[in-house]
Design a protein around this ligand. Structure first.
Ligand SMILES: CCCCC/C=C\C/C=C\C/C=C\C/C=C\CCCC(=O)SCCNC(=O)CCNC(=O)[C@H](O)C(C)(C)COP(=O)(O)OP(=O)(O)OC[C@H]1O[C@@H](n2cnc3c(N)ncnc32)[C@H](O)[C@@H]1OP(=O)(O)O
Length: 154
């Protein structure tokens, strides 16, 4: 079970290719809190998100959804740590400082991929997260991510 509202639908003015509701041609992923430090996301690939072989999901798309899921988690966590509802008051933004993806098995194009993100550590300037992507019930990719807080004129 998770909260009803997606994190991305609470962050204003987001044109990001992976997670921006304002980007009509983007992937428009949606992430949800499932616990104190954990979020989930289900992404349904389209056929044109394929790798060389048409049955597998492209690695860049995998990196993008892992990037966006974790960075949106860091942003929402930033609001939580400030004691505010996501998207309220002064804007809180994080950018990707590090995205280290391990591709462990091919992910299938014709079924949804399931992502989880966990916050491992946070400080004022950065948040360290771990992300796992599953397809067909097996772990296909893991990522180690550093989200860095940036000003809203970044
Ligand atoms: C993300 C948008 C923000 C813009 C806001 C404006 C409007 C936005 C509207 C909507 C956006 C909403 C949502 C977006 C959500 C997701 C988008 C996906 C994310 C992306 O697609 S975003 C694009 C790719 N991204 C970049 O284009 C970054 C380019 N880069 C830089 O802009 C700087 O490089 C920066 C800011 C990363 C750091 O620069 P800096 O000078 O501010 O800070 P500094 O270097 O001091 O690092 C501070 C602490 O992070 C640690 N740290 C940094 N890098 C590390 C690494 N690699 N490994 C381990 N630790 C690392 C340091 O060690 C230090 O740690 P400590 O404080 O403990 O010493």
């Amino acid at each position: 079970m998770h909260e009803p509202a997606a994190i991305q639908d609470q962050i204003p003015e987001n044109h990001c290719y992976g997670c921006g509701p304002e980007n009509d041609r983007g992937l428009q992923i949606k992430s949800y809190w499932t616990g104190e430090d954990e979020t989930v996301c289900t992404f349904t690939p389209s056929p044109h998100h394929c790798a060389g072989p048409t049955q597998y999901l492209n690695g860049g798309i995998i990196a993008t959804v892992m990037d966006c899921h974790t960075i949106c988690t860091a942003i929402a966590d930033g609001y939580r740590q400030a004691g505010r509802a996501t998207g309220t008051g002064d804007k809180i933004w994080y950018a990707t400082g590090k995205l280290d993806v391990q591709y462990r098995a091919p992910a299938l194009i014709d079924e949804p991929v399931e992502l989880t993100a966990k916050i491992l550590e946070r400080s004022e300037r950065k948040t360290h997260l771990q992300c796992e992507l599953k397809s067909g019930g097996r772990v296909c990719a893991t990522a180690d991510v550093i989200a860095v807080r940036v000003p809203d004129n970044w």
